[in-house]
Write a protein of this length. Structure first.
Length: 269
């Protein structure tokens, strides 16, 4: 019997590419998103349904729909999220809460909905999409990094819990990917009156624009996710993209001062 995977944030980018990879590899796919009516994902083994990670009722409904269609859920990919970028003091409390509600609380809500299924069947793979930004930082990404550092800790701790019944928890850390992260998946907040920040913000944005041409395709991450789900190992972390591998190698080999000096040099800060 074909196995089933549930994926959040499957409307575009990494989530959509992952849904397509698993479908093409013979899996049943529950591809979830906030607005499924706009999706062009198709196939007999593809169920496209609504799930908003900030709406617990929609989470429960999506899981129920997946079970009704395919009978079991064998893997979960928590991919839905976005990045809030800008000086911390420029954000409102509501904007800060939205970042953590989506990237952390939403991830926890979906995970809690699926864990009882994994525990009952004594198997299941959880893959949480973090980022290189879950292990290192860029200026003005304090909120985004805060959520991704949280995802790293949550998933590492869950690997112990899930191991008690035969499940596995894994982290995928993409680098720069050709997605809409710079568009609808990013909320940029700034206040020009905070003049002290503006020179660094300008250099950072210029640097990211130059890096965009070196980004990997979403399919690169999708292939890493497929490997993480199916390799049958207890490996915890997987990087995705050449830039991610290089950044993580530097982060592991350098102390804080040395690594941050490299970031300053890279962006001319």
């Amino acid at each position: 019997m074909a196995q089933t995977i549930l994926i959040t944030g499957a409307s575009t980018g990494i989530g959509k590419a992952t849904a397509e990879v698993f479908r093409d590899k013979g899996w049943n796919v529950v591809a979830t998103m906030r607005r499924p009516e706009g999706s062009d994902l198709t196939g007999e083994t593809m169920l496209v349904t609504r799930l908003d990670v900030t709406d617990p009722a929609s989470v429960a409904a999506a899981v129920t729909a997946g079970l009704a269609r395919f009978g079991q859920i064998d893997a979960l990919v928590n991919n839905a999220g976005y990045g809030a970028v800008g000086p911390l003091e420029a954000f409102s409390t509501d904007q800060i809460r939205r970042q953590f509600d989506t990237n952390v609380m939403g991830l926890l809500e979906v995970t809690r909905a699926v864990l009882p299924l994994f525990r009952k069947q004594k198997s299941g793979v959880l893959v949480n999409i973090s980022s290189v930004g879950g292990r290192m930082t860029f200026p003005f990404f304090s909120l985004y990094h805060g959520t991704k550092f949280a995802v790293e800790g949550i998933t590492e701790a869950l690997s112990w819990e899930m191991g008690t019944f035969g499940g596995r928890a894994k982290i995928v850390e993409p680098g720069a990917i050709k997605t809409d992260f710079g568009g609808r998946s990013m909320e940029f907040v700034n206040n020009a009156e905070m003049t002290e920040y503006q020179p660094m913000i300008g250099k950072l944005m210029d640097g990211f624009a130059q890096m965009a041409g070196q980004s990997s395709e979403p399919g690169v991450v999708a292939d890493v996710i497929f490997g993480a789900v199916t390799d049958g190992t207890d490996q915890l972390r997987y990087t995705a993209g050449e830039d991610a591998r290089a950044l993580m190698a530097n982060r592991s080999s350098l102390d804080d001062a040395g690594f941050m000096a490299g970031i300053r040099a890279r962006f001319g800060l």
